[in-house]
Design a protein around this ligand. Structure first.
Ligand SMILES: Nc1ncnc2c1ncn2[C@@H]1O[C@H](COP(=O)(O)OP(=O)(O)OP(=O)(O)O)[C@@H](O)[C@H]1O
Length: 262
């Protein structure tokens, strides 16, 4: 019944100079969870994902990721077990790289010494993921020629390539037009519904970008958790208004949400 915690933060604080980026954040993600992190600009969402992806250590408090406590573990062994997409990582993908290589190279980074023997298997897996994410026809294109929406899907395929136990998506719908956003949401709905998909965390500013099938929400404001828990009980007018510092009214239509100022 109680699925194992994939990620557990206990009183995690991050400070930089005088700034408190995260303030005593306690949060647990379990195996079958699909979390949305919502909050305004500067709330600390990306910082939280940096901790969750073993790229930033707490100034105080403890972060346990896949059973390993940060500070007492080799993060280079931990990171391949975590799939991450973010604008910062996307910027580092060379524009002239073929889509197939963008995806396959995720596994080379982890298991480079197997490269020769496993190349065919790697390519099969990359193709399977790209097809599942609706961009199988783009394998021979260069990354730079793709639309923003196509790039997002390729990045998710890359993040899933190593069969991670935790998938972290930092603002995957940012910069997409309406069709791109809706297409990506359909894809993320598939991911959410797949029982073999890893525990997932998606960062966004917009309730409209919550994919159906996501189960939990964490609302952040100024580095502090405003509310966290199952989506149905936690995402309320009051909690959202507190997080964004503005009186907001939520509307739910089936599995989709919208918000506007009251
Ligand atoms: N190295 C740093 N030194 C000082 N302040 C920092 C540092 N890195 C981030 N910050 C600040 O920490 C706060 C949280 O940043 P973070 O990027 O986590 O927010 P966010 O919720 O992801 O914002 P956005 O929605 O705009 O992407 C911001 O006010 C940011 O300016």
């Amino acid at each position: 019944m109680n699925a194992q915690a994939v990620l557990e933060l206990s009183d995690v604080t991050i400070t930089r100079g005088q700034s408190v980026l995260l303030d005593r954040v306690s949060w647990a993600v379990h195996e079958d969870d699909r979390w949305v992190i919502l909050g305004p600009n500067g709330a600390g969402k990306t910082t939280l994902l940096q901790v969750a992806s073993a790229r930033m250590h707490p100034t105080s408090g403890t972060a346990t990721i896949l059973g390993q406590t940060l500070g007492a573990v080799d993060v280079f062994e931990l990171r391949p077990r975590i799939g991450l997409t973010s604008a910062a990582l996307a910027e580092r993908i060379p524009k002239q790289e073929l889509v197939r290589d963008v995806v396959v190279s995720a596994s080379y980074a982890v298991i480079g010494r197997w490269r020769e023997e496993y190349e065919a298997l790697d390519h099969d897996r990359a193709m399977m993921l790209l097809t599942w994410l609706g961009v199988g026809g783009l394998v021979d294109r260069t990354f730079g020629t793709l639309s923003e929406g196509e790039r997002k899907r390729v990045q998710i395929a890359r993040a899933l390539m190593t069969d991670p136990e935790l998938l972290l998506l930092d603002e995957p719908a940012a910069g997409l037009d309406l069709a791109g956003r809706e297409g990506l949401l359909r894809t993320l709905t598939l991911v959410a519904a797949d029982s073999t998909a890893p525990a997932s965390v998606l960062v966004t500013h917009h309730v409209e970008e919550i994919p159906p099938g996501f189960t939990h929400v964490l609302l952040l404001r100024a580095g502090e958790v405003v509310a966290a828990g199952p989506l149905d009980q936690t995402l309320t007018d009051d909690a959202l208004s507190e997080a964004f510092g503005l009186k907001l009214e939520l509307t739910r239509s089936e599995d989709r949400w919208t918000a506007r100022a009251r």
